[in-house]
Design a protein around this ligand. Structure first.
Ligand SMILES: CC(C)(COP(=O)(O)OP(=O)(O)OC[C@H]1O[C@@H](n2cnc3c(N)ncnc32)[C@H](O)[C@@H]1OP(=O)(O)O)[C@@H](O)C(=O)NCCC(=O)NCCS
Length: 276
């Protein structure tokens, strides 16, 4: 079981409060904003020209929606590939097409004309999209920006972001805001280059608590007097009716769970380890 809390990076007393209680930094995210009234994209238009020269074309979700389900399914696949590679605090769980459709395509704040896609031939290779924020007039929220692995480092993400910025300017928006993980160097480099300015960040702090499974397991192990038996290196033990295999005197596993036994100051601790 994990406990998470958020702390703004300019609030040291709050950070110390949680550190004293065993929390440590897991991720740090920065909000950045681009002022569209002053943003000048002209020095970067070479990125779009270069991509076009390399055979990349640009389209929008609005255009692709008119091509029907096949295109939409390919865009769904693209989004899953890109999201897999985004830094995040927990493993990525891919969305089914139906869930993505509900979550993204039916989002009332979706702007299909502000959802840019890069293609090579009929393959989608990158995207960058924004949605509007009903409570903040004139502000666009940047959603995903990403390029599939084989096409990275060729300026495609920068070109897509330029398309988004031009869309915002043309449609009378004044700001684009975005959130980036502090470890996402290339995304931060792109935003910085295009004029996004960083705000105070938020730190996700984490404390690992003992899991329910471990508590139950520990009770079983203690009831069977496993610590003493382990010291005698018994190869096979019955704990709560389940067979426990003792490996090299320090690893024990049931058929469904794997545990590492650690000898500590206060006896023996049990930590779940991934199945071999
Ligand atoms: C982040 C991502 C979109 C970049 O796509 P890309 O097409 O490779 O980006 P570009 O080629 O347009 O630009 C990359 C820039 O980052 C710079 N860069 C790359 N690694 C860098 C690093 N470690 N430190 C600083 N700059 C770096 C490059 O020099 C380049 O800038 P330049 O054109 O001025 O030389 C891509 O890596 C990706 O899809 N990642 C997974 C999804 C993701 O994390 N998206 C962002 C979520 S907010």
């Amino acid at each position: 079981m994990l406990a998470w809390t958020m702390a703004k990076e300019d609030l040291p007393r709050r950070i110390e409060f949680f550190q004293r209680r065993g929390f440590s930094e897991r991720t740090r995210n920065w909000e950045s904003r681009l002022d569209l009234s002053t943003a000048d994209t002209t020095p970067f238009h070479g990125y779009i020209e270069k991509a076009l020269k390399d055979g990349i074309t640009f389209t929008t979700l609005s255009e692709e929606q008119s091509h029907g389900q096949d295109s939409l399914r390919k865009i769904h696949e693209l989004v899953q590939l890109i999201q897999t590679d985004m830094p995040r605090e927990a493993d990525f769980t891919p969305l089914s097409y139906e869930d993505w459709e509900t979550y993204s395509l039916k989002n009332p704040q979706l702007l299909p004309e502000g959802y840019f896609l890069a293609k090579e031939g009929s393959n989608f290779v990158g995207m960058s999209d924004v949605h509007r924020i009903d409570s903040e007039h004139g502000v666009l929220n940047q959603d995903d920006t990403g390029v599939i692995r084989e096409y990275r480092g060729r300026g495609i993400a920068t070109a897509l972001k330029l398309k988004v910025i031009n869309f915002g300017k043309k449609n009378g928006y004044r700001t684009i805001k975005t959130w980036n993980d502090s470890v996402n160097a290339s995304m931060l480099a792109i935003n910085n280059k295009l004029g996004f300015r960083r705000k105070v960040g938020w730190i996700l702090m984490e404390k690992i608590l003992r899991s329910e499974t471990l508590v139950c397991f520990r009770r079983l192990v203690e009831a069977a007097d496993l610590p003493n038996k382990l010291q005698r290196s018994s190869p096979n033990l019955l704990v709560g009716g389940r067979r426990i295999e003792v490996e090299q005197g320090s690893n024990i596993s049931t058929h469904s769970q794997h545990f590492r036994v650690l000898k500590g100051l206060y006896g023996i601790y049990y930590r779940k380890t991934p199945p071999q």
